[in-house]
Design a protein around this ligand. Structure first.
Ligand SMILES: Nc1ncnc2c1ncn2[C@@H]1O[C@H](COP(=O)(O)OP(=O)(O)OP(=O)(O)O)[C@@H](O)[C@H]1O
Ligand SMILES: [Mg+2]
Ligand SMILES: [Zn+2]
Length: 444
């Protein structure tokens, strides 16, 4: 017998509770609990392990065959392509280009495209606009997960070579077995689990589009991350052209790799000359701009850290941070004040990584400090400067991970002066050497 009762589910991690909670004990998110209808089934019946599910590891084959996504750089990101039965989550903010990219992929693979968010006409219009012939694409105009499952079971999909099911988006599909509305945590969890179960059983690879908001995910990030094999995030500045694909988790290869793309009229194209463009645009003589090298995954990447200050009209000056951790910037501002004696308290401070790139790399500490000091002091840094290193609370500078790799990349890109832990062991000495005027005077 099945009975339903209401439960409260954390919209971040899917943790459920019989009562509403202000803070999730599982993931620490605040105000994340929402009420949902839960379908609780009666206690499970005794079951025997079916024949054939006990295996010796030596008897299980380990030769993964990989299929091409049709775009070399995407294959590189996924360690050579997709594996039958692999489930990939493509997560990104609205309008970033998820459907555009997947339409390109769909056209180059044996694909079945569930258009849950858009009408077939909208998808066809996009294909036309991009100049995609779309001959290979079968559109599934449904939002019902059970009909998608029976489509996979009953048609020739299984017999195809390396079939790929694209679900755009996982929040838009739902099942009548679950009482809550489409997009709710229970629905997303149920649909994603059912689909990935089918993926493994039938050997059909799948890509789920996951909608994300600025403040996080709309529905169940952690929960989806557990269900899928691979998480690829799609980032970038919607206003700009640069898009970054980053592998955050991969059960079939290394994670951490990233690739840069650019939005063009024909869809997304690989951006090969990002660094050249960055250098061409970067001006050495304006205060508040410092180049750095981040290492995420395998490839070092030149980035520009920018800072701006403005006399604040607020009792508590604002700190606006894009692309790096705001908490980290707060810490660095405290270090600047206490260890360099530079008072930033009267200013609103803006810190930005150009191109809309998000970086999780403590080696950006030093360039952030230098950019802020440079703009507050209104003194540009010497020409051709590149900086990287982790800053401690004492104002000491620690060597960045892969320091040599960064140095090599910087020199290859024509940077003339490398500021790292070899240049100086603490912030006061570095700021002095660069004549940025470290002093104990309070700045007005
Ligand atoms: N008619 C159009 N002409 C030119 N460019 C367009 C047009 N429609 C959309 N675009 C561009 O394509 C970008 C990406 O659109 P796309 O639908 O692929 O994003 P998405 O991530 O799937 O968005 P959503 O989250 O809304 O599904 C848009 O931000 C816009 O810049
Ligand atoms: Mg879309
Ligand atoms: Zn939680």
């Amino acid at each position: 017998m099945t009975k339903s009762k209401n439960i409260f589910v954390c919209s971040s991690c899917g943790h459920s509770s019989s009562k509403w909670q202000g803070k999730c004990f599982q993931c620490g998110a605040f105000n994340s609990f929402i009420e949902e209808v839960n379908v609780s089934s009666s206690s499970p019946t005794k079951a025997n392990i079916p024949d054939g599910s006990i295996k010796k590891i030596a008897d299980v084959g380990n030769n993964l065959t990989r299929a091409s996504l049709g775009i070399k750089e995407l294959n590189d990101l996924l360690a050579g392509g997709y594996v039958p039965g692999q489930v990939i989550l493509l997560a990104g903010e609205p309008g970033i280009g998820k459907s555009t990219l997947l339409l390109q992929v769909a056209n180059l693979t044996n694909s079945h495209y569930v258009c849950g968010e858009e009408s077939p006409q909208q998808v066809a219009t996009r294909a036309m606009r991009m100049g995609v012939s779309a001959e290979n694409i079968t559109l599934l105009d449904t939002r019902d997960v059970d009909s998608i499952l029976s489509y996979l079971q009953n048609t020739s999909v299984k017999a195809q070579q390396n079939p790929l099911l694209i679900v755009d988006s996982i929040q838009s599909v739902s099942s009548s077995h679950i009482k809550s509305t489409a997009g709710s945590i229970s629905q997303v969890q149920y649909c994603a689990s059912k689909l990935s179960e089918a993926a493994k059983k039938l050997g059909v690879a799948m890509v789920f589009v996951g909608q994300v908001t600025k403040s996080g995910y709309i529905a169940g990030p952690k929960l989806l991350e557990h269900i899928v094999d691979t998480v690829v995030s799609f980032e970038g500045d919607r206003a700009g052209d640069v898009r970054i694909l980053r592998v955050q988790k991969n059960r079939f290869g290394p994670s951490g790799g990233l690739e840069l793309f650019e939005m063009s009229s024909g869809g997304l194209v690989v951006l090969n000359d990002y660094t050249e463009r960055l250098i061409a645009r970067h001006s050495d003589d304006s205060p508040g701009s410092v180049l750095s090298v981040v290492v995420e995954g395998v490839r070092p990447l030149l980035v520009e850290v920018q800072a701006l200050n403005k006399r604040s009209v607020f009792p508590n000056p604002r700190h606006v941070v894009n692309g790096v951790s705001p908490k980290r910037v707060e810490m660095l501002l405290a270090v600047i004040e206490r260890r360099l004696g530079i008072n930033t308290g009267n200013y609103d401070i803006y810190v930005n990584i150009s191109g809309g790139i998000n970086v999780h790399d403590t080696a950006l500490d030093l360039p952030i400090v230098l950019a802020v000091v440079s703009v507050v002091k209104n003194k540009p840094l010497p020409a051709g400067v590149v900086a990287f290193g982790e800053v401690g609370l004492m104002g000491e500078l620690r060597k960045a991970t892969s320091n040599d790799k960064r140095k090599e990349e910087a020199e290859k890109r024509g940077c003339k002066l490398v500021i790292d832990s070899d240049f100086g062991s603490d912030l006061p000495s570095i700021v002095n050497k660069l004549k940025l005027g470290a002093s104990n005077r309070k700045e007005g």
